[in-house]
Design a protein around this ligand. Sequence first.
Ligand code: TMP
Length: 207
Amino acid sequence: MTRGALIAIEGLDRTGKTTQTTNLLSHLTKLGKPHQLIKFPDRTTQIGKLIDQYLTDKSFELSDHAAHLLFSANRWELIDKIKKLLAEGVIVVLDRYVYSGVAYSSAKGLDFEWCLSPDIGLPKPDLTIFLKFKNDDENMTRDGFGDERYEVVEFQKKVKVAFEKFKGIEGWNELFVDGKGIEQVEKDVWGKVEDYIEGVEEDLKFF
Ligand code: TMP
């Protein structure tokens, strides 16, 4: 039996990641393709609740390294579920994953290789779609950010630079979102996902 594809949607805050993920899921539903969304951080678990507190309460003190390890632990606690779904032929769509973990923490100044190390052994996505802005200044300042810890323009710029390091890795696809309507981005996303919906023959690869 072919396994389900593991597809990650990555991007800076406010690139329309959640909208595009939702649209992708409704496409899969319409086609009757079994699928499951897993969002990272998953704020519903015990570790996820701590992460939520860290993100929403700026007075919650935690070292950058400890925060990074919590995000990674949050992925590890869901990995058996993800592997089981893939083995059953379910397409698993990840809203953020390892790449966000590494990009956000290394943007704070943590060592890039160290940031990847706790995620070593997690399955690699077959396809990653990274949503990005061509014109950062215009888009990042347009509506302002929310109240969470990382929703700050200057920090997002550093995260963008950190994400650039993934360019060229297997399965990595970049999509500009500015200057296009939501529907066009949706079509572009679908154009990339289409080849994966019948499942994937190969064994999973791991970080
Ligand atoms: P969200 O807005 O997609 O729920 O993500 C919450 C924030 O957490 C977002 O600013 C990105 C950040 N983040 C990390 O710093 N490390 C991680 O491993 C993940 C998954 C997200």
